[in-house]
Design a protein around this ligand. Sequence first.
Ligand code: HEC
Length: 401
Amino acid sequence: MAWFDWSSLFIRWFHVIAGVAWIGASFYFIWLDNNLRTPPKWKQDKGIKGDLWAVHGGGFYEVAKYQRGPEKIPETLHWFKWEAYTTWLSGFLLLSLIYYYGASIYLIDPTVMDLTPKDAIIRGLGLIFGGLFIYEGACRSALSRYPALFGIMLLVLLGAVSYLATHWFSGRGAFMHVGALIGTIMAGNVFFKIMPAQRLMVDAVSNNTEIDPAWGLGAKLRSVHNNYLTLPLLFIMISNHYPMTFQHPQAWAVLMAIGVVSAWIRHYFNLKHIGISRPSVLITGAIGMLLIAGWVSYPRESEESSATSVSVQSAPVMLNAVEQKAFDVVQTHCANCHSAKPTDNLFVVAPLGLIFDTWQHIRAKAPLIYQRAVVTKDMPLMNKTGMTEQDREAIRKWIEQ
Ligand code: HEC
């Protein structure tokens, strides 16, 4: 499936670049706003309310923020909207390619729910667009006047979506759908509110009419949401690499806990930007992350010690019974993908170059095998080869000996 891998690579690459540009621009403007200083009198007379000097890349920059707007709209005005739109479009394309086109490998986990690809895709799209619909409805309702209450509602919405997704899909498919909803809400905020408000402002300046402060207000609430959602969203983007999170039996709670604690850490930087230094926020955030790590990894690792240990016989060439059993399990359940010549219908090269053709290969990768087949249990991929608990036990026994 060379075309699949290459499309995935190019789209993902583009998606990351667009995302860096979007989040980077948004971090930059937050920083800019918080570092503006009162300008000298002659600038104030021109209607400038904030002034900033910076040096970067071998030059000096002077930035001015106007109280209302320039006298007339300059010929080139930068909007910063395509960063958001291209991030969303490429993200949606990537989701469609990997989780919808590849639904049976990446989205559906029959041990969670035995969905047909069509059902899984409908549920996935339902979560993303249903969630967006509820969020947009809430923004247009009276709830938008109570930011704290709105925040709680948003948390409940994301919690419910995480719960449903992890009970319908594979762990990573579920996490990606929560990420897709958050990304859709954020891009929607730009599209449905922030851009229209900016268009009204530009029109008002062009036509020399009053700027209504209410335009900015609704946009402000949505910017605050986007700000706090950034870190959780970025975690979900990289979560694929960390099966201990999405393979956890309470994966939805792990996701929510990491989301809440990372938003709390974002809060520290928001406070810092407006001149309030509150290290307690950062410290409690760090403690929170450590507690999550302990909760996710500790109990499952302690389970292992309860298994009966098998006596060790040193047999350098010959495999003992336990080793032979582990070897057979890996040959039956892993080597169709993880081989120099895979026989799997989708993987024509060994995934991540991991090969289990000989005992030497297998022994060298023992910790990795143990991690994915016994601890996180996300290998074989989607349990495609139907590995049983006894098979996993066999590997555990071998590692322990
Ligand atoms: C259907 C194909 C398939 C089967 C069968 C399969 N794997 Fe994998 N494996 C993959 C793919 C694809 C990846 C890379 C994506 C990922 O990490 O999820 C992978 C990645 C891994 C990794 C991560 C390597 C690294 O460097 O991070 C390990 C370890 C692994 N597999 C072990 C196993 C074991 C052990 C078995 C058998 C119990 C097994 N796999 C069966 C497809 C498969």
